[in-house]
Structures are given as C-alpha cells and as structure tokens.
Write a protein that binds this ligand. Structure first.
Ligand code: ZN
Length: 426
C-alpha cells in the first residue's frame, strides 16, 4: 500500500492515542512520508513550513484508525446461514467482498482481522488492497473455516449431497484436521478459523453449550498451523470448548462466552486476546423475528449476549485483552454497522469510552500481529488516523456515522471522509 509523500499537519483536535490514557486537548499530529513524526500539545509542536498541507480538526477528535477484529468480508448480508455457501458462486462473492472492504474503510476501519471466509477470497482481497487496486482495511487473511462433521457449520443434510465446497472443511479426526490446515498453508492464509463449539443459532443439535470439535482435532490443528507459522482461532462459547482451545494453544478466542475462572487463568497466562463479537447477538435478538428466527434461537442469543458481556468485562478487568468486531455480514447485522459494537460495549457492557477505543484500535492491531506498525498514535507508526467531527468521548455513537469523518487515513493518504475526493454518498 502506497504511503503519502511530504508533510501533513492535523491541528485543533482532542487527541485519543489508543493506549487508553486520558485524551489531550488542542493536540497536533505531524505526518511525514506516511508516518507519524510528532503527536502532542500544539504548544510543543515543532515548526513546519507555512506551505505544509493542514487538516483543521475543528475541535473534533483525532484518533487511530479502527480495527475490526472479527471481520467476514465474504459474508454478504445473508438471510440464512446456508446461503453463505450456496447462494452465489465464488466469482460474485469475490465482487461482494471487494464492495464490503471499501465500505469498511469508509466506516473508519483501516485494518481488519478476518474471522473466516469463503474459498480463499481473503488472501486475494488482501493483495488487491495492498496493491491499491481497491480500497479496504489492511487485512489479516484467513481462508476456509474448519469444523468437525455434524458440528455447527456442517448443516447440509447428507441426502442433498451438496457437501461444503466454499466455506468449511468438514473434518473427521486428526488426519483430516492436519489435511485441512495443510491446504490452508498452501493457500497463504495467516489465521485458521475453527469451530470448537456450537451456537444459539442451531439450538437442536449444536447449541452454545455443545462441543463441535474434540480436543485431539483442535490440538492437531494448532500443532500443524504453528509448525507453518499460522495462527489459530475459534468460535468458543461453551465453557469446556474455551478451555480446550486455550489448552491446545489457540492464539485468540472468538466470543469466549461462558468463560469460567479456570478458563480465565489459562487465557491470562498466555495473554490470549478474546474477541466477544456481541453485536451479532444483540441484532439477532432485536431483528431475529423479522427474519423468521424461532423463539428458541432468540432465547439462546439472549443467554449468549448476557454471558458474553459478563465474560468480556471480567476479562478486561482482570487485565486481559479484548478485540472488538461484531460478526457483521448477516441481513439483520449488515456490513456498515461495525461501530455499533463499540457503542454497545460502552452503553451495555460497562467499558469506558477510552477502554472501548483501546480495544478497537491498539488491541485489534496486536491481534493482527501488527501492533508495532499501527493501532496507536505514536511517533514512528503508520499514519492510520481518523479525524472526526465531534467529541467521541462525549458521544461514542458518533463513530457509527461515517458522514462525521473528516478524514480516514492510511499511511497518511486520505482514503475516505469529507476531505476525500472518492467518498461515495450512499
Ligand atoms: Zn464470525
């Protein structure tokens, strides 16, 4: 991805650096050749040439670009889970993924860690973004997801004989687990997404207290993935599934819904980040009836929302790391709504705005393995920056409205927002 050349100065903003500390009034940020050169009070800023380009933040907020830590570029706002795999061919899903990536960037998300995708689209989407062919977040790619036969993602009845070509490797045992990871290694993914447990969406046979992979299979995934320097994450709701994942050596935990004290201890021991992805639950409860969800499914989502919120707060208060990402890509939880996750954590989970922003920036960048490059506003880092019209600490929901962005910047280049030339209006 090309960086800006020359200097750019952002002035007159309330600075949130992403480290979680208090904000700084009347701050200045100086960018040189796409990297941050200075961050601090205007009074202490070094002099720049009077002809240097300037952005006046007009008393609004200067903060790091947001990081979606559980992103599904290829989930195309489906109305039914089954549609994910069979509704469209790979050609069309690839185009939809490119559209979703552009939208994410316009929504202020300058980076995203994939939580699984159809076929191997993420890897190529990432390349197209890195080569500036299409706009989008800096991506950490994952490919097809892994679930054991009969588990949450193996939903096509045998009599249909349609298998699961695009979304999931259905495995039986450790040989299959290794085979699936080895295929992903060749495809070039960075994260392997697995399904250790079920979900409220599938109450009959794979609910949120059901295990969908056994420990041996999970362990085989991790051993094979780590051997080839890939990371592993998994959809973990049930208490035992969370602990199996942590004992097997998972590098992050998705959801972590019903973590117990023993699980928390395992998580903290290796400082494994957790991405609760709660807004999917909230949207399912609020809008599920519109999409024909049964009462059993909605009741399950209520239980996982409550459990997930309590676990997220417990992890944060115990000193653990939380990434924010809301599993967007369903009709009731569509792309574009990403920052609702942040507001939800402030209004309903009990995070302070500064804590939620740290999770949505610094922790997200760390989950991508790129915390040294971006995620906070510090000298030397890439200028992945949001300039926002308004005080987001006063009203966190400003981040949900992309019309409020003056600038969404990657490497000092303004890619979206009011000051960008290419901003679309729909
Ligand atoms: Zn997901």
């Amino acid at each position: 991805m090309k960086h800006a050349t020359g200097q750019l100065v952002i002035t007159n903003g309330n600075l949130i650096d992403g480290n979680g500390g208090p904000s700084l009034r009347d701050a200045t940020v100086i960018i040189g050749d796409g990297r941050i050169q200075f961050v601090g009070p205007a009074a202490a800023a070094p002099a720049v040439s009077p002809t240097t380009n300037r952005i006046d933040a007009k008393g609004g907020t200067i903060m790091p670009g947001l990081v979606e830590a559980h992103y599904h570029a290829t989930y195309f706002n489906v109305e039914k889970l089954e549609d994910l795999d069979i509704k469209y061919p790979v050609e069309y899903v690839s185009i939809l993924a490119a559209v979703n990536a552009k939208l994410a960037l316009e929504c202020g998300y300058t980076a995203a860690r994939s939580g699984g995708c159809l076929f191997n689209i993420d890897v190529w989407l990432k390349l197209a973004i890195e080569n500036d062919l299409i706009p989008g977040p800096r991506l950490a790619a994952s490919g097809r997801e892994i679930c054991s036969a009969g588990g949450l993602m193996d939903w096509n009845p045998e009599y249909r004989k349609i298998g699961m070509e695009g979304l999931v490797f259905t495995i039986n045992g450790i040989e299959d687990a290794r085979r699936a990871v080895r295929a992903l290694v060749k495809d070039g993914v960075e994260w392997v997404k697995t399904y250790p447990t079920g979900d409220a969406a599938w109450p009959d046979t794979n609910d949120h207290h059901t295990l969908c992979m056994n420990f041996d299979e999970m362990n085989a995934v991790v051993q094979t993935a780590h051997n080839h320097k890939l990371k592993v994450t998994g959809h973990c709701r049930a208490t035992e599934g969370i602990k199996n994942a942590l004992r097997a050596g998972y590098d992050s935990i998705e959801h972590g819904t019903f973590i117990d004290d023993e699980g928390l201890e395992l998580l903290l021991k290796r400082d494994v980040p957790c991405v609760p992805a709660l807004y999917f639950e909230k949207a399912s409860i609020d809008r599920g009836p519109e999409f024909g969800m049964s009462q059993a499914v909605i009741d399950g989502h209520k239980e996982t929302l409550e459990g997930g919120a309590a676990s997220a707060l417990k992890i944060l208060r115990a000193g653990g790391r939380i990434g924010l990402g809301g599993d967007y890509g369903f009709a009731w939880n569509p792309h574009g709504d990403y920052a609702r996750e942040i507001s939800f954590f402030v209004r309903h989970v009990g995070f302070t705005p500064l804590e939620a922003i740290r999770c949505a920036t610094k922790s997200g960048a760390e989950i991508l393995g790129r915390g040294h490059e971006f995620g906070t506003l510090e000298a030397g880092k890439l200028a992945d920056i949001l300039v926002v019209d308004g005080d987001v600490l006063e009203d966190i929901s400003i981040l949900e409205d992309r019309r409020r962005f003056l600038a969404v910047m990657q490497g000092g280049v303004i890619k979206a927002g009011q000051l960008s030339q290419s901003q679309t209006t729909n």
